[in-house]
Design a protein around this ligand. Structure first.
Ligand SMILES: [Zn+2]
Length: 467
């Protein structure tokens, strides 16, 4: 209910905003230009969903899941025709996590945290967050933002697209907080659009569009969600006002949602089943990631360089948000450093002169280069490696090879290891991604140690790029 003062403020606000127009009309939203196809959205979302579901514990409760799915269906059925993509497959799953959050992936997969359902005061508030997320998907914001491309140009390629859609930071930081990967970071313009379209979808589905605004208040009252929905969605007070303003122009469809006991029943069910872990707790337990993320936790001492031989057993790992799948020796661990992902045996990594140093292992990365020609792009990359590394030399020319079914170049480099002072051989394998960016693998081992050749070859053969 409005307080009197608020009502007066509202009338003033509405009066100002309608002045130039004869009638108050709902805001028209247009699709942004997008160089990706609708199929790209579907494909990217599918990859990311696979990754998400390997990391998040889904709530195995059919009643709750069916309920959330039914609310989602009602909202999807209310997306304006111009933003409906028949290729998209919306579905809704509940993550058994306490944080107040929800996220949707391109093409339609959507995940609602149990904490979000428990925090909402009404079905309308829960539906509001879902309608907002659905709007990002329907408006293809992920690939639209990736189309602009400037923001994450270093990461580019698969990693860049995934990074842009799924989170702000670079791949290294993404891995640092695997769950934050899925928290969408969009520009303010896109957030506003998702609020406006979300409100329109709400009204068409029979919900009060103001419940989307109310949910911001509810989340704030409950402590802001601790890294959840609000922190990814800035300036709640502006948005509160804007959504309510839009609501003025919307007519709630009377043949849509009817209030029922369903929401209350589901909440009781959840509250009666113990408390869910937080995302951070899930991440720490780390059971679902066979390799284990080790980010930034380098031993502060230099690597000893004394390492075990690569295991003959291999494990499959998915990196760059599912953009690359590879098999690595099971006694190697994953270390994320900046934009690169390393797989190394114990004893092969540490720090020297304040920098991360590796003596044995393989790393993967994506580089933005100015050249569309594989050979000159590779030379650019080698030049960038050589900066600040006076001992790095190329040894011989390029060898043609193949990687994941595409043309690749193999370059051999020599170096003196910064930590051990021993000469080492670096093999660099490069290939181009569909968008022209350079994907590379670096394999490093001391010159006099031959036991790693076989492991590097196995890794190379197993590598699959899905760009
Ligand atoms: Zn958003």
């Amino acid at each position: 209910m409005f307080k009197r003062q608020t009502l007066i403020a509202w009338l003033a606000l509405v009066a100002i905003s309608v002045m130039p127009f004869s009638a108050l009309a709902q805001t028209q939203i247009k699709l942004h230009s997008n160089k990706y196809s609708v199929q790209d959205d579907v494909k990217l979302g599918r990859q990311a969903a696979q990754e998400a579901e390997s990391q998040f514990p889904l709530l195995r409760d059919e009643e709750v899941r069916n309920y959330v799915e039914s609310v989602g269906r009602r909202l999807v059925g209310s997306i304006p025709r111009e933003f409906q993509h028949p290729e998209f497959a919306y579905y809704f799953k509940v993550v058994n996590a306490r944080d107040i959050n929800a996220f949707a992936l391109p093409g339609g997969p959507m995940y609602v945290n149990r904490g979000m359902i428990e925090a909402a005061r009404t079905e309308g508030e829960m539906a509001g967050v879902m309608a907002h997320e659905i709007s990002h998907v329907a408006l293809r914001h992920g690939t639209a933002q990736a189309s602009k491309g400037q923001k994450y140009s270093i990461l580019g390629g698969i990693a860049g697209i995934a990074g842009t859609i799924l989170g702000g930071p670079g791949v290294g930081q993404l891995a640092q907080a695997p769950f934050a990967v899925y928290l969408l970071k969009f520009s303010r313009e896109y957030e506003n659009e998702a609020d406006i379209l979300g409100a329109q979808i709400m009204a068409q589905a029979g919900y009060n569009p103001r419940d989307l605004a109310n949910m911001f208040r509810t989340i704030e009252q409950q402590g802001g969600g601790g890294g959840g929905f609000l922190s990814d969605h800035p300036s709640p007070s502006d948005r509160y006002a804007r959504i309510n303003r839009e609501a003025e122009s919307l007519r709630v469809n009377n043949s849509g949602y009817r209030e029922s006991r369903d929401f209350a029943r589901v909440q009781e069910r959840l509250r009666g089943s113990g408390s869910a872990p937080t995302m951070a707790e899930i991440q720490r337990s780390g059971q679902r990631n066979p390799v284990g993320e080790q980010t930034g936790n380098y031993p502060s001492n230099p690597p000893s360089g004394r390492v075990a031989y690569p295991s003959s057993r291999y494990q499959s790992v998915s990196i760059f948000n599912g953009g690359v799948n590879v098999r690595v020796p099971s006694n190697w661990r994953q270390v994320n450093e900046g934009n690169a992902v390393w797989f190394v045996p114990e004893g092969a990594y540490g720090q020297a002169n304040g920098q991360a140093v590796y003596t044995h292992g393989a790393s993967f990365g994506v580089a933005q280069t100015n050249s569309r020609n594989l050979q000159s792009a590779t030379q650019d990359l080698i030049n960038s490696f050589a900066q600040g590394n006076n001992n790095l030399r190329t040894s011989g020319g390029y060898q043609r090879s193949s990687l994941s079914g595409r043309t690749a170049l193999v370059s051999t480099l020599t170096n003196v290891n910064e930590a051990t002072g021993r000469p080492e051989i670096i093999r660099l394998i490069t290939t181009q991604l569909r968008n022209g960016q350079l994907f590379y693998m670096v394999a490093v081992a001391p010159q006099n140690e031959r036991g790693f050749e076989n492991a590097f070859n196995q890794i190379l053969r197993s590598l699959r790029i899905n760009d």
